[in-house]
Ligand binder design. Sequence first.
Ligand code: PMP
Length: 345
Amino acid sequence: MKRFDINGWVRPNILAMEPYSSARDEFKGEASVYLDANENPYNTPYNRYPDPMQWKLKERVAEVKSVPKDSILLGNGSDEPIDLIIRAFCVPGKDSILTLEPTYGMYQVAAEVNDIYCKKVKLTADFQINLPELLAAIDATVKVIFICSPNNPTGNSLKRSDIYKILDSFEGIVVVDEAYIDFSADSSLSKNLNDYGNLIVLQTLSKAWGAAGIRLGMAFASPEIIAVLNKIKYPYNVNQLTQEKALEILNNQSKMEEQLKAILEERTRLQQELNNLPLIMKIYPTDANFILVRVDDANAVYAKLASDGIIVRNRNKVTLCANCLRITVGTPEEDDALLKALRKM
Ligand code: PMP
């Protein structure tokens, strides 16, 4: 087990502060009359505040993900834990996070909102980690390293051995964002939570589980790290409707698996079909539910597709992604519409 002295890394003011204690925090048992939270007594059950710790849902997440309950934080999407982690560990105006570019844009945005500098280390031309450059970029201001694997927008998984090297050599927090892990053959890093006290793994119901609309993200880490994030989250950060729907979705794992299988088959077909199109100059390998492709003129292809009512993500301006489009794998019908439009160009 790599030891992590959390007290040396949490922002001193957060370490020192008393968290808000909500009505539902203070009384946890079962009672017949609730007059403690200034709720309207009618319109049950949604007149009541939800469980601030979402224990029923966490029990199911713990089973599905094989992670202990007290190692789980649930959030309003995984964007919430990204923000919480930055706020918990980085001092505004002083500290920084480190990201591997190109990657998911919210790490930088969440950092900048909090007046935290975002240091960027470029991935190599094949979108892998440049380990010497990354290690050289670590200085005393870097408190959190964000690693997205499979990576958005490139689609590939980052080498597991490189991730382990970072976990071994960096003393601060290492976040591995696994939003797309269900589409990959790799296992989750959550199985390594006991090996690395500085590891936080992020997952979400927004992708393979088909529930982007309900906003349910998950962070897995040591109970000490989870306790710090709990201390600063909004008291009722996951609403009752989301808690109920998420439980229903997680209780129907076979539906997700069926859809996952269909998406993976369709991903292979879409790769093959794109490969036959002269317009597509390069198809990057993917472990996610999207495919990054390079074309001659991404702006022009994007605009033509949009005029046909087909929207892909133009990544032309992103580091190492000149003239690249990111295409989400849709239904066979949706992908046929895309292919038809591309063939006519
Ligand atoms: N991480 C990555 C890599 C993503 O691509 C996304 C969404 N596109 C998120 C996190 C956030 O997902 P959500 O807030 O829906 O859980």
